[in-house]
Ligand binder design. Structure first.
Ligand SMILES: Nc1nc2c(ncn2[C@@H]2O[C@H](COP(=O)(O)OP(=O)(O)OP(=O)(O)O)[C@@H](O)[C@H]2O)c(=O)[nH]1
Length: 478
């Protein structure tokens, strides 16, 4: 019985110990459970943070399995691919999500990465989503592996660089426009010495200097304005004061040929308004100037003989009359009309008539002084205007002029070969004198013409001096 009590006591002690052990184990389990719960909470919190992080990244972040199906993707990827949430991407491949060409391209790249183990770093990709929106991305993709080292898929980050590409494209377009510009463009820095930084192909073409040579010559050579026509100094001043300017300059090309350039200066400023660069634009206007000069010449010249025309004659007569008024000199106007030009035209042809006119101009030109004016009015009408100091006695003028006109008649009479036949040119000349026969160019010319008509009527090949008609006539009338 005592034994059995002892047994019972032992068993009780054993039970107590077992219960204590169970309580201890229970406590350990409870602690482990608490720790697990805490860990799970921690992991859930971390996962949530990571999710928040990747969903707030502006770049696309994604993980795909070996067959290119999304396992993870962030909000940016979902938004740009054109689906409502990242969950919609999970399980789908680019072949389903992008237009075929684009999807195929991404798929092939990723398969290559998986096979080669080589990552793709910052590859510029054109991305057209299923809504047709076109963007540019800079993409980095690399493989990830399981514990055995077998590739399981790829992790990728794609950054939208559409704005950068568009900006680069805009710059490229502007560069191209500068390169294609017909005007020469040179850019110089605003730093001391104003170094030439760039010249475009048109600049090289116009000046003959390469960019390197232009850089060596510097900005001063651009303003080689020794003979500046309009505003050369103004341009230098504009450069110094760092403001816009314009000038027409006469510059030299590399081969020494002079050319005219319409040169403009513009100033590039930074955000604070400080000048950073000068931009010169040069337009070669040599040809336009030549044309202008030619047109101006044509406007005052007779095309056949090159002599001054009626317009130029009238201007010279007006100037000569002013001179007479100031100096008391005398102006003699001789109206010279060829005889029988119509006969020459009709008999030998119009070209022979032209030859006769040119010969007359040349021969008469050899008889007059530099200060005289020999003009062709048109047809077979020429005018010689000569200034003379009033001789002593004044009547001596007539002798002087007659001598000069006789010389003209003499050289004109030298035989001219027309169709192998010698032809003697004669002319009829009428003379009027300022101020005795008129006070203005029109009247003088009319009176010289009237006198010439008298010479014609008298039998041609002679000189007639104007004399006022007899009988009462209005004052300034031939
Ligand atoms: N070849 C040529 N002929 C011209 C030119 N301009 C006018 N003519 C001709 O010149 C002739 C001038 O005729 P007219 O004024 O009667 O003179 P003309 O034959 O010299 O006779 P007179 O003056 O009376 O002696 C006309 O037949 C015009 O057609 C020209 O530039 N070249």
């Amino acid at each position: 019985m005592e034994e059995s009590l002892a047994d019972i006591q032992r068993q009780l002690a054993a039970s107590r110990a077992e219960a204590a052990e169970l309580r201890r184990q229970n406590e350990v389990l409870r602690q482990e459970l608490d720790e697990r719960v805490a860990l799970d909470e921690h992991l859930a919190g971390e996962r949530g943070l990571l999710r928040t992080l990747i969903d707030n990244m502006p770049d696309h972040i994604y993980v795909k399995d070996r067959s290119g199906r999304f396992i993870i993707a962030n909000d940016a990827a979902a938004r740009d691919i054109g689906v409502a949430s990242p969950q919609e991407l999970v399980g789908k491949s680019d072949l389903e999500l992008y237009p075929l060409d684009c999807g195929q391209c991404f798929f092939t790249d990723e398969q290559n990465i998986l096979q080669s183990g080589q990552p793709l770093i910052d590859q510029v990709e054109e991305n057209i989503n299923r809504n047709g929106v076109r963007r540019w991305f800079s993409t980095t993709k690399f493989p990830f592996y399981d514990a055995a080292g077998t590739p399981q898929g790829i992790v990728g980050i794609s950054r939208d660089i559409t704005q950068r590409i568009d900006a680069l494209e805009a710059v490229r377009l502007r560069n191209r426009a500068i390169e294609l510009s017909a005007d020469g463009i040179a850019i110089a820095g605003c730093t001391p010495g104003m170094p030439v930084l760039y010249v475009n192909p048109a600049f090289e073409r116009i000046t003959g200097f390469t960019q390197e040579e232009a850089q060596q010559r510097g900005v001063d050579a651009l303003l080689d304005d020794e003979s500046a026509a309009e505003g050369g100094d103004g341009l230098r001043d504009a450069l110094q004061r760092q403001h816009e300017g314009r000038a027409v300059l006469r510059s030299l090309r590399k081969d020494g040929e002079a050319f005219w350039s319409d040169t403009r200066l513009a100033v590039v400023r930074d955000r604070t308004g400080s000048a950073t660069h000068f931009v010169f634009t040069i337009r070669d206007i040599s040809e336009a100037r030549r044309n202008e000069e030619h047109m101006a010449l044509l406007a005052t010249r007779d095309a056949l003989t090159g002599l001054p025309n009626r317009r130029a004659l009238m201007e010279r007569l007006a100037q000569s009359i002013s001179m007479c008024e100031r100096n008391g000199t005398q102006l003699v106007v001789a109206f010279i009309d060829l005889d029988r030009l119509k006969y020459v035209n009709d008999t030998f042809g119009h070209e022979a008539g032209d030859l006769m006119l040119k010969t007359v101009a040349d021969r008469m030109g050899g008889c007059v002084r530099k200060s005289d004016t020999l003009a062709r009015l048109g047809g077979d009408e020429f005018v010689l205007a000569t200034l003379h100091q009033t001789p002593d006695p004044p009547a001596g003028l007539r002798g002087l002029v007659d001598g000069m006109l006789a010389k003209i008649q003499e050289v004109l009479a030298l035989p001219l070969m027309l169709a192998s036949e010698p032809f003697c040119i004669t002319c009829s000349i009428g003379v009027a004198v300022y101020a005795q026969d008129g006070h203005d160019p029109d009247i003088l010319l009319k009176r010289a013409d009237a006198a010439m008509y008298v010479a014609k009527k008298a039998g041609r090949n002679r000189v007639a001096w104007y004399s006022p008609p007899t009988g009462p006539t209005p004052a300034e009338c031939p």
